[in-house]
Write a protein of this length. Sequence first.
Length: 424
Amino acid sequence: MKVAVIGGGSTYTPELVSGFIKYAESFPVTELALMDIDAERLEIVGGFAQRMVAAAGNPFAVTLHTDRRAAVTGARYVTTQMRVGQMAARREDEYLGKRWGLVGQETTGIGGFAKALRTIPVLLALAADMRELAPGAPLINFTNPSGLVTQALSLYAPDVRSVGLCNSPIGYRMRIARQFSVGPERVQLDLLGLNHLMWVRGAKVDGEDVWPTVFQAAIAEIEAQDDPPYPAALMRAQGMIPTYYLRYFYRTPHVVAEQEHWPPSRAEAVMEVEKALLAKYADPSLTTPPPELEKRGGAYYSTAAVHLLRAMHNDEGSIHEVNVPHRGAVPGWPEDWVLELPCRVDAQGVHPLPAEPLAEPMAGLVHRVKSYELLTAKAAVTGDRDAALLALIANPLGPDADRAPAVLDDLIRTHAAYLPQFSG
């Protein structure tokens, strides 16, 4: 059973490899094909991955590829964790936001918009390769902005089964599991929204409602913080726990003001972390992920990814919080919208569970951001500047209509090498 990892030179890869080693018996990979366009990084990260697997008794082979088609050929499952333009492009996204007084974060605002325009055509090309070389294989997408990218895949490559994955939902699951001293598989979440625009609104442990306890603990945690992502009063009014990323929508002026203290931006900080990690990975004596990997972020990524793949492979019917078209699970919302919500996962695929729509104050924000996502997907695929302009204006974190054309021109100039669809 071959699993292909597109973006295998990522510093996240050793965590993913750890997951495959840990669950080798229940998810019997025979070949893990790591693919990356950066041959130097791939050699370092891939070499470390090979030593990790050798130290574990060689439960599977690790192969290294700079050719995407070779990596995908014959794969049973394909996962993506790529960054088109690498970390330097993320830094450009952040400072593009800073130049215009906008949020430059990599999945929301102008930063997420720029990244989506670069990323969607590449993932659609990958989907075309899979259609030919790995027919029927699911595409598990961890590439940000995960929900928006998965929306584009579902619309423009509907015959390739794509699932958007994020570590935020499993982070809440793990937190509640620790709170009640139980395994995370005993926790059931009620959550709904978009990736990085989601609310947790219920929790059970072994079928017993524990939400009042969970919610009060979450409020107490927010109240104890000097600089919380959003005020506790908002949580009380909503009766839900907003994901951390909603700080970009609820405290926008504060976030923009923080950017004035750069450098370092988040990308610049991560670049230093990655430099240190790659130096560690290059050590021929290293066979286990170093503690410094925790500074990279992405906690529980391997847990979420491997558990999702195991559920598919073993026809488990277990519940996972992922991003897929909801197909009518949420009454009154367009069925082709990709949402982040609990789904039952088995060998036939991912099946969204019925969910009540969000109340209007939250639903209104979801609807506006989804309009932005749909326009962005169209712009990324077609190179339609009008769609791109409308997407910028539709985004609650975007520029006003007067500045939007200049912001878009700046973005296209900044990333011209990665945006050939706009070259005309």
